[in-house]
Design a protein around this ligand. Structure first.
Ligand code: HEM
Length: 481
């Protein structure tokens, strides 16, 4: 089971916390305050705080990070929000509380997300055993996670290095083929092709023919990209708010069903052809949900990450120079690509694809002096915390060097956790890192990136944080400089 330690050894505090709660006092001798006293936006009967999102528009699910920042400014480092009477969340901004969230997550860490996706899959028992990795909790999550984990272990991903480099070469050839004299109107569309091809080749051992100049909108590759994006973008809409989709065929639920039906058909067909080798690992239904999960989670996460990274580079030409100096010719050079790794880490600090991570608290605990009962949904606020002056010096400056071994000690190890942490951290992390870093090296070996888009690149929360405008770059070939 993968579990990367974020910088330093963590000791368990759960027994200590339990004692503290029974004696009702914190380590500094203060009384533990009751759950209901945690500050937060006013909730109304039945609709909770939803009026702030849909009527007063004080908050927005799409502009989630700014909404979270204004809650932090108004209420402080711990905020309680009652979305609906049975849906109470606690937002954690303090790194110590975030650390405690992970330390007390239990044997089978649980999240509350992808609920409509779970419904779709449970409504189709002929194809699925469960809702898949993303929404499933408890022992069934543990069973599938343990079955799938070996397929993504670091040694397995490393064996894919040469194949991955060939995809990078194809991608560079496709970009060179384009008329770059006026720039590329939306580089995100190109990046998605590469990451879809990578996901397809890694898991299905076959090319999806996505890395082509003008991708046919009716091609399987194009339809897969659309299906993944439509599913991802409707997950947040169905997870938050009143769950009308449980009874009615709402527009958002229909999009998820259509997207899933498309992805499922590709997964089922690939399994029928024998492209996905699962033999002793699990049964055919587990295989369908695993392939579907990988196609769903592997494209937008990585291409949005690469989008923000390239944007930061376009704003920091000296970092591009440094990457050229650190370039490698053989993919095995990735191991020593330290500067490239800092660049990725710094980009993910400023622009992680999620505002934070969620856990359902398995036992009563104390956070920031408040009692929080078991069953509460905790949401760590890593994005906001990583942009606060008190946590990172000059937080809005893009400085890869802060991740140099001696510098990183200054930062709390639970502040920037873009892949999550613990038993439930991102299963695709190694593949994502390899795919982005190899592509970064190939792009920097060939091109100089210049931003020609309008204004500054921001993002909207569509479950994951998506660039808020077309990714317009001018690419100049290094040979032409
Ligand atoms: C840069 C790219 C990526 C980032 C930043 C990212 C980030 C994350 C995060 C934050 C989580 C939640 C972790 C937690 O709760 O502790 C997660 C879960 C997950 N990710 Fe990724 N991810 C990326 C790429 C990928 C890729 C390429 C795949 C698959 C091909 C993938 C598959 C998954 C799956 C299936 C889960 C759910 C795991 C579980 O619940 O057991 N991700 N990812």
């Amino acid at each position: 089971m993968a579990s990367t330690k974020p910088g330093r050894q963590i000791g368990s505090v759960s027994s200590l916390s339990a004692t503290l709660i029974t004696t009702r006092s914190t380590t500094n001798g203060l009384l533990i305050k009751p759950f209901k006293d945690i500050p937060g936006p006013k909730a109304l009967p039945v609709i909770g705080t939803l009026h702030h999102y849909f009527i007063t528009k004080k908050y927005s699910f799409e502009d989630l990070h700014n909404s979270c920042l204004s809650k932090y400014n108004e209420f402080g480092p711990i905020v309680r929000e009652e979305f609906a009477p049975d849906n109470v969340a606690v937002w954690l901004f303090n790194p110590e509380d975030i650390q405690k969230m992970y330390e007390t997550e239990g044997k089978c860490p649980s999240r509350r997300s992808h609920l409509a996706l779970e419904k779709y899959r449970l409504d189709h028992p002929e194809s699925y055993n469960n809702g898949g990795l993303l929404p499933t909790n408890g022992p069934e999550w543990m069973r599938i996670r343990q079955a799938f984990q070996p397929l993504l272990k670091p040694q397995k991903v490393e064996l894919f290095l040469d194949h991955n480099q060939r995809l990078c070469n194809d991608f560079i050839a496709m970009i060179q083929d384009k008329d770059n004299s006026v720039g590329i109107p939306d580089f995100l569309e190109e990046l998605k092709k590469y990451f879809l091809e990578l996901t397809g080749l890694f898991f299905l051992n076959e090319r999806l023919e996505a890395i082509v100049r003008d991708l046919d909108p009716d091609s399987t590759a194009h339809r897969l990209m659309e299906a993944a994006m439509n599913t991802n973008e409707n997950v947040l809409k169905t997870d938050n708010g009143l769950p009308l989709w449980r009874w009615f065929d709402t527009k958002a639920y229909r999009s998820i069903c259509e997207g899933q039906a498309m992805i499922e058909s590709v997964a089922t067909e690939a399994i029928r052809r024998g492209s996905f080798q699962y033999e002793n690992h699990f049964d055919k239904k587990d295989a369908i949900s695993f392939v579907a999960d990988m196609l769903l989670a592997g494209i937008d996460t990585t291409s949005y990450t690469m989008s923000f990274l390239l944007y930061h580079l376009s704003q920091n030409p000296s970092v591009q120079d440094q990457l050229v100096q650190n370039k490698f010719d053989d993919p095995s050079g990735l191991k020593k690509y330290t500067y490239g790794k800092w660049v990725l880490q710094e980009s993910l600090r400023l622009n992680p694809i999620s505002i934070g991570n969620a856990r359902i608290l398995p036992t009563d605990q104390e956070f920031s002096g408040y009692h929080v009962p078991a069953g509460t949904c905790l949401i760590s606020q890593n994005l906001i915390a990583s942009r606060l002056e008190q946590n990172f010096d000059s937080p809005y400056e893009f400085r890869p060097e802060r991740w140099e071994r001696s510098n990183r000690k200054r930062y709390h190890p639970y502040l920037s956790l873009p892949f999550g942490f613990g038993k439930r951290m991102c299963i695709g992390r190694r593949l994502a890192e390899q795919g982005t870093l190899l592509l970064l090296n190939s792009l920097m070996t060939n091109f100089r990136f210049e931003w020609i888009g309008e204004g500054e690149l921001g993002f909207r929360t569509k479950l994951i944080n998506k660039p808020d405008r077309p990714l317009s770059f001018k690419l100049t070939h290094l040979k032409a400089l």
